[in-house]
Design a protein around this ligand. Structure first.
Ligand code: F6R
Length: 617
């Protein structure tokens, strides 16, 4: 995820901004830049790669200004290039802008601005917003109402923008000021001694001040070298509440969470919102994907899908298989990338390939993609990293937009993959037999997913208690059926990889074909048992376990009626649409694994023998 740093004060801004950017490095980024106001102009330096490269470049320049902005960019619109790195400067040279988030209507605004004579050097939505600010500034009558023309031009521009943003702007006509604003992208003002800092994450400013104001959505802050003022997009004044950060610099990088994995689990509602943002049709009945590079007519010709991936991403493929077959009635095959690449499978000519990989660098998945392309198939990728090998080599695809995942175990990237699988199922279904009304219901359900995930996350204290009671066991079974069978596999994988406890996932009814031999009071079974057509069959499987003294942890929906006393522990999730159920049911298995691993003192963010990106065969 991109990072923002700003400084207004009496010291040289460059060193302070670079230090802030260094502290944001953990979030992942692919380029960095800074803009310093000095000598009546803007000094802008940008580099692809590390903040270190930017520091080296900056050290060669006579940067002495005391007001400036810095940014680390994680590419979303446009590739990883110096031209696309922030800050962007308006074509009249007056404004510099840094931006986190996505401006959804940027192409309409760009067309408008091109007509007004503004020009563009990058492919980014940020440069469009920067020029829009310049446009409003240029056409503003001076001295009309005594308000700041800098502030009001930013405000006017933001009123025309759809999407999300955390922004900060400089203007050469106001050399001691910054204007910043946020909507669904965090922004924090640090109030220091004779200085103000701005950051997207407390870790970037906590070494200079612990007094902060958390900006709320729809608020702007106007910072000068003497004071600051907060107002809304509607021009209402806001009385600032100054909070005190009680974290250390080291802790701040995790926003107060004990581990990145915990932070990323709790980020999932926002991650899901970012994944689906701008991806539904205006009539709210289907999904829209900009980068498939496939016409609807070509998609309509597909009579089979093949999904390839590894590990957690492979589980996401299994859920996509279930939903596409269930709703679109198109056959789907799923394979491990590592198997597909060597097994020389016979394929139907009208097959469309999907690979799923959060990193975009998994060597087996890359090889599966190449093998499918070599055979002449079109391959689309679901991926979280713009510019990754898989993103570059695929014929098209869908970016997840959930920001970098630091914890080795996939969490938010997994639920975002589940969401995109559900959206692909919707897109294909609406080209076939799904009615408009069913499509509208499906879209509503997907839009409601973040809130349901928040409700599932609210069970965290209870799950932590359950984890404490079960952390000493050395074997676990995870059991589920239909779309929750892959979530059982995912629960077992999460637990084994971060806590080193032996665990296995099975379709619940398969248990009696072998795994039941493992059942004793020493082997707990985690059941995924939502209300639905086969709830009673899952209950029967639970009874078989109880009859053999196996402890039962039941993850079930709020409205289901489990026979009293059958489960030793019950974890509730909200009732939800079939397309959303796998996402919501994932939350308790992630939390259970996480808390068990913490209870056992494991290094959850860096489990032994594992890497975030598996680039060897
Ligand atoms: C488990 C996990 C791995 C990855 C697998 C594929 O938590 O993260 O199983 O899912 O290595 O990685 P990507 O998605 O990068 O291809």
């Amino acid at each position: 995820m991109c990072g923002i740093v700003g400084y207004v004060g009496t010291r040289k801004a460059t060193a302070i901004i670079l230090e802030g950017l260094k502290r944001l490095e953990y979030r992942g980024y692919d380029s960095a830049g800074l803009a310093i106001l000095q000598d009546g102009g803007l000094e802008v330096t940008r580099r692809v790669g590390r903040v270190e490269e930017l520091s080296k470049a900056a050290s060669k320049l006579p940067l002495h200004g005391t007001v400036g902005l810095g940014h680390t960019r994680w590419a979303t619109h446009g590739g990883v290039t110096e031209a696309n790195a922030h800050p962007h400067v308006s074509s009249d040279g007056k404004f510099a802008l840094i931006h986190n988030g996505v401006i959804e209507n940027y192409s309409q605004i760009k067309t408008f601005l091109l007509g007004k004579g503004y020009s563009f050097k990058s492919e980014t939505d940020t440069e469009v917003l920067c020029n829009l600010i310049a446009y409003h500034y240029a056409k503003q009558p001076r001295g009309a109402n005594g308000g700041s023309p800098f502030l009001s031009s930013v405000r006017k521009a933001l009123r025309h923008v759809e999407g999300t943003y955390g922004i900060a702007a400089l203007c050469v006509d106001f050399p001691t000021e910054i204007v910043a604003a946020r909507k669904a992208s965090p922004l924090i003002l640090g109030v220091g001694e004779n200085e103000y800092l701005l950051a997207s994450d407390a870790s970037a400013l906590v070494s200079r001040t612990q007094n902060v104001v958390y900006l709320k959505d729809g608020e702007l802050v106007h910072i000068t070298n003497r004071d600051f003022a907060i107002s809304t997009l509607d021009q209402a004044d806001v009385s600032p509440v100054v909070d005190r950060i009680d974290w250390t610099v080291e802790e701040a990088g995790m926003d107060g969470h004990a581990h990145f994995m915990e932070k990323e689990i709790f980020e999932q509602p926002v991650a899901l919102e970012n994944t689906m943002r701008g991806r539904f049709s205006e009539d709210g009945s289907t999904a829209l994907f900009g980068g498939l590079n496939l016409t609807p007519a070509e998609m309509r010709q597909v009579d089979r899908f093949m999904f390839c991936a590894c590990g957690t991403a492979w589980h996401a493929c299994l859920v996509a298989e279930h939903l596409i077959e269930r709703f679109a009635r198109v056959p789907v095959e799923v394979d491990y990338s590592s198997e597909f690449r060597y097994r020389n499978a016979p394929l139907d000519p009208q097959t469309l390939f999907f690979v799923i990989s959060q990193s975009g660098e998994t060597i087996d998945t890359l090889a599966a993609l190449r093998e499918a392309k070599r055979k002449g198939y079109r391959v689309l990728a679901i991926n979280n990293v713009v510019g990754s090998s898989i993103a570059r080599e695929a014929d098209g695809g869908i970016f997840q937009h959930v920001g970098p995942e630091i914890g080795v175990a996939s969490t938010k990237t997994f639920t975002s993959q589940l969401l995109l699988g559900a959206m692909v199922a919707l897109y294909v279904s609406r080209m076939r037999d799904m009615s408009f009304n069913d499509g509208v219901d499906y879209v509503k359900a997907l839009r409601g997913a973040p809130e349901l995930v928040r409700r599932a996350l609210a069970q965290a204290p209870h799950i932590k208690e359950v984890a404490k009671r079960y952390a000493h066991y050395t074997d676990f079974l995870f059991l589920g059926r239909l779309s929750l069978f892959p979530i059982a596999l995912e629960g077992a994988l999460k637990l084994k990889e971060i806590s080193y406890i032996h665990s296995e996932g099975y379709p619940a009814a398969e248990m009696k074909h072998g795994p039941i031999a493992l059942i004793s009071e020493k082997c707990p079974s985690v059941f995924l048992a939502p209300r639905g057509e086969i709830f009673n069959k899952i209950v029967s499987s639970m009874q078989e376990i109880k009859a053999r003294k196996g402890p039962v942890i039941a993850i079930t929906t709020e409205s289901s009626e489990l026979p009293p006393g059958l489960a030793d522990e019950v974890i509730l999730i909200p009732d939800c649409h079939e397309a959303v159920l796998p996402i919501v049911a994932t939350i308790p298995v992630q939390l259970l694994s996480y808390y068990i691993a913490v209870e056992r003192g494991c290094d959850v963010d860096k489990p032994r023998n594992l890497a975030k990106s598996v680039t060897v065969e």
